[in-house]
Write a protein that binds this ligand. Sequence first.
Ligand SMILES: O=C(CO)[C@H](O)[C@H](O)COP(=O)(O)O
Length: 226
Amino acid sequence: MNQEELKKKVGIESAKYIKDGMIVGLGTGSTARHMIEEVARRVREENLNIVGVTTSNETTKLAKSLGIPLKEIDEVPFVDVVIDGADEISADFQGIKGGGAALLFEKIVASYAKRVIWIVDKSKMVNYLGEFPLPVEVVKYGSENLFRLFEDKGYNPTFRMNKNEKLTTDGGHYIIDLHLGKIKEPLALSDELSKTVGVVEHGLFTNMVNVVIVGKEEVVETLVAR
Ligand SMILES: O=C(CO)[C@H](O)[C@H](O)COP(=O)(O)O
């Protein structure tokens, strides 16, 4: 079974957590896409009655095209469940997101969610976070200085590019990816980045996820946080 098939498997499995009447956070990326397609199928064929809240412009476009009823995040006081992909997850349920540049809206939706479910193929489960570059979303004003600050700290920063230009996120910011290799203390780094002026948000999702659905060849494994 290839990676794409594993992503599809967990996408379909995760949609089972969605029940009638729920407000559902719809994640971003290739794994979330499979979940969204399955949710749309259930809306169409099973009359599933839900409202979706999207985590990126890309997901809004997809969900609309598939006929999923949507609301803006500010039109709902909370989200029952958000289902999203991830880039890395360690055994203690800490993770990195933002490979698709949607980390800010993804984290906002997750922070209003009663339940956060991540769907991943087995390659995303890691011993230590950090091999995947950590995305940091930054205000454009002063971002070159912030870049130099990260260089001075030895964080090996690179600006996320879109062809020959710096990528602009849905929120109107830049992304600086930090190539850290191994993040020894995710909580301390999360605090440090959150306190850095000019940083809007970062891709470390600490103590946020409740359930991880992992696609493996033979089985789909569901891990529940304590
Ligand atoms: O965080 C994300 C987007 O910002 C994605 O969920 C993450 O990059 C995983 O993507 P994929 O399912 O395509 O591997």
